[in-house]
Design a protein around this ligand. Structure first.
Ligand code: IPD
Ligand code: CA
Ligand code: CA
Length: 272
């Protein structure tokens, strides 16, 4: 029997998990910053291509996040970029990117962050992104809105793509034709884009109204799950990432947008 989301949420203390995870983000941020300050000493390995990099910092930060959450909620499961999936004894699944923006991290650029989300069954209910260099914690829990360091924020209300800056992302998991037509269209409409190397951080900026949206033709769940909660709770629009087949483990396109440019951007990107 398939459980409805309200059934799977029964007996799960989401508030306690939200409070605990916020503290874990700060602790993980301190550890990540210690590595970042001595980044020249880190051994950097490549994964799928020379620009897809990982270091001991990524692996250890993920281990710390998992350990601290498991100390408090031993029955919960985990899906992390570096350590894969471990199902728990309940419907909770923590989706973790220990360092999003690793290429920035290893090249001494501050636009990286830690991204942690909680899913209960098929629903993402907590989104947390911590950016240690700027000491900004983006936080959202279903029904409670989105905050930055405790202050409420909203998605950008502009009603045309030429009235604000759009975030974009790209990886070599897809070809250039998956992104270039959108960029051309955006420029032709007198819009502009930015890519800072971290999907989770740019989605957080969209949730805070700093960007009008974020588009990436293929993204993994650990990059975008927290951002989805942040954006929805900020009154923004999110594409149906979670409804795409195998998106949790294999990824899918992502588009998030301010409420008044969502239709325009959905048409331009072809992402629904
Ligand atoms: C990457 C970043 C990048 C995005 C890529 C991701 P990583 O994650 O989020 O901005 O464009 O698709 O793979 O490798 O830095 O964790
Ligand atoms: Ca990532
Ligand atoms: Ca990562």
């Amino acid at each position: 029997m398939v459980q409805s989301s309200s059934e799977s949420r029964k007996n799960i203390d989401i508030d306690a998990r939200f409070e605990h995870a916020k503290a874990v983000m700060k602790e993980a941020g301190k550890v990540a910053m210690d590595y970042y300050r001595r980044v020249d000493e880190l051994v950097v390995e490549t994964k799928t291509n020379p620009l897809d990099v990982v270091s001991i910092a990524d692996k250890n930060v993920e281990a710390i996040i998992r350990d601290r959450i498991a100390d408090a909620f031993p029955e919960d499961g985990f899906l992390g970029e570096e350590m894969g999936i471990t199902r728990g004894d309940n419907d909770c699944l923590w989706v973790i990117d220990p360092i999003d923006g690793t290429a920035c991290f290893v090249n001494k650029m501050p636009t990286w962050c830690i991204s942690v989300a909680l899913m209960i069954g098929k629903e993402a209910v907590i989104g947390l992104v911590y950016e240690p260099n700027g000491n900004e914690l983006f936080a959202a829990m279903t029904g409670e809105g989105t905050t930055v360091n405790g202050d409420p924020v909203k998605a950008n209300p502009v009603n045309n793509v030429n009235a604000g800056v759009m975030g974009i992302g790209m990886s070599h998991r897809v070809g250039s034709d998956a992104l270039i037509p959108f960029m051309t269209d955006l420029i032709d409409r007198e819009g502009m884009f930015i890519r800072n190397g971290s999907c989770a951080l740019m989605m957080s900026y969209a949730a805070a109204g700093r960007l009008i949206g974020y588009f990436e033709p293929h993204i993994n769940s650990w990059d975008c799950m927290a951002g989805i909660v942040l954006m929805k709770e900020a009154g923004g629009w999110c594409s149906d990432f979670l409804d795409q087949p195998d998106s949790l483990e294999s990824g899918a396109p992502i588009l998030v947008a301010g409420p008044n440019v969502a239709a325009q951007l959905s048409k331009m990107t072809g992402v629904k």
